[in-house]
Write a protein that binds this ligand. Structure first.
Ligand SMILES: [Zn+2]
Length: 324
């Protein structure tokens, strides 16, 4: 009898304790959901946007002197039947080959573009003069640096979001070696078509006002696969609620576009976010019956956008708390 009473007392005690538990801190909730979504696939993205996010745009100053070549150089590589990596250890530039030439996505920093892009394409047996279109994910120096080179030397057409063309034109100090001349202004949903291949542009303002994300197809030993390419990730934009609302809406828009297209590959413009350079190295250990390390599946692609969404909500919540 005694033990029954004791048991009852413990039950009541536990119930009371539960009722008194304060509601979970929303910040912990955002972070827990982002961590769960990142898992081991997107730790770099998680760190950059949730754990140690940037909080403001960089100033309009001249770029620092180029870093030592050892710090950025990595070999170019064929990644799919029609997609080649011509980036650095840090930044990605992708060459999509078509029946009528090459569509290049992003152009790295100015200092790396000559060797990594023009040199890299040649090393892979491709002709840089066959780059007909260059799509710039956004107008920051680490992606637009080689656009002038491609435009001036190879006559490539440069495609960029309108607000990012303006951002470049308005910059006083960022382009000491000259700016690309305004060319094609991208629109939401526009298809950049070359021969048998199209890249669908998805306007995703947030990281910059003109950020472009993309959907396109690659072939892996003849098997068609769909890529969702996220054009801007970090929070180095004016940190206010309005900008975070725009960023969150864009990430949700791109998550839907990726899901609707059946994307099973997630690519970005920094290896930190999609582990491109590590995956390229892993391809050397790929068995003939194994999927490409880049083919992560639709569920993992969706988790990428969950990470950026939850982390942006976290940052937005903190801004609102600070304002109250
Ligand atoms: Zn950027």
């Amino acid at each position: 009898m005694k033990s029954v009473i004791l048991g009852l007392a413990i039950c009541i005690g536990a119930g009371a304790a539960l009722a008194q538990t304060p509601p979970a801190n929303p910040i912990d909730g955002y972070l827990a959901r982002a961590k769960a979504a990142a898992a081991f696939d997107f730790t770099g993205t998680l760190v950059r946007v949730c754990v140690a996010p940037q909080t403001a745009p960089g100033p309009d100053v001249a770029p620092p002197p180029p870093p030592a070549r050892d710090t950025w150089y990595t070999d170019p590589a064929k990644v799919f039947d029609n997609l080649y990596f011509v980036g650095t250890k840090i930044h990605s530039s992708w060459a999509l080959t078509t029946s009528e030439g090459i569509i290049l996505i992003d152009t790295l920093y100015d200092y790396a573009s000559e060797e990594a892009i023009a040199g890299g394409l040649k090393k892979l047996g491709l002709d840089p003069a066959s780059v007909k279109y260059v799509i710039i994910s956004h107008g920051h120096g680490d992606h637009v640096g080689g656009a002038k080179l491609m435009q001036d030397r190879f006559g490539s057409r440069i495609v960029m979001g309108g607000p990012d063309w303006e951002m470049i034109e308005q910059s006083v100090n960022r382009f000491p070696n000259g700016k690309p001349k305004r060319d094609i202004v991208a629109s939401d949903g526009q298809k950049v078509t070359l021969g048998d291949t199209s890249v669908t542009l998805v306007a995703t303002p947030g990281h910059t006002p003109g950020t472009l994300s993309m959907i396109f197809q690659v072939k892996d030993n003849g098997k068609p696969l769909t890529v969702a390419y996220n054009g801007g990730t970090a929070f180095n934009f004016p940190n206010d609620v309005l900008h975070f609302d725009m960023y969150i809406a864009s990430q949700r828009k791109m998550a839907k576009a990726a899901a609707d297209a059946g994307a099973t590959i997630l690519m970005t413009n920094h290896s930190e976010f999609d582990n491109a350079v590590s995956k390229i190295k892993m391809m050397a250990a790929r068995k003939s019956d194994e999927a490409s390390p880049f083919e992560i599946g639709a569920e993992a692609v969706a988790r990428y956008f969950k990470v950026t969404d939850e982390c942006a909500q976290l940052a937005r919540y903190k801004l609102q708390q600070a304002a109250n």
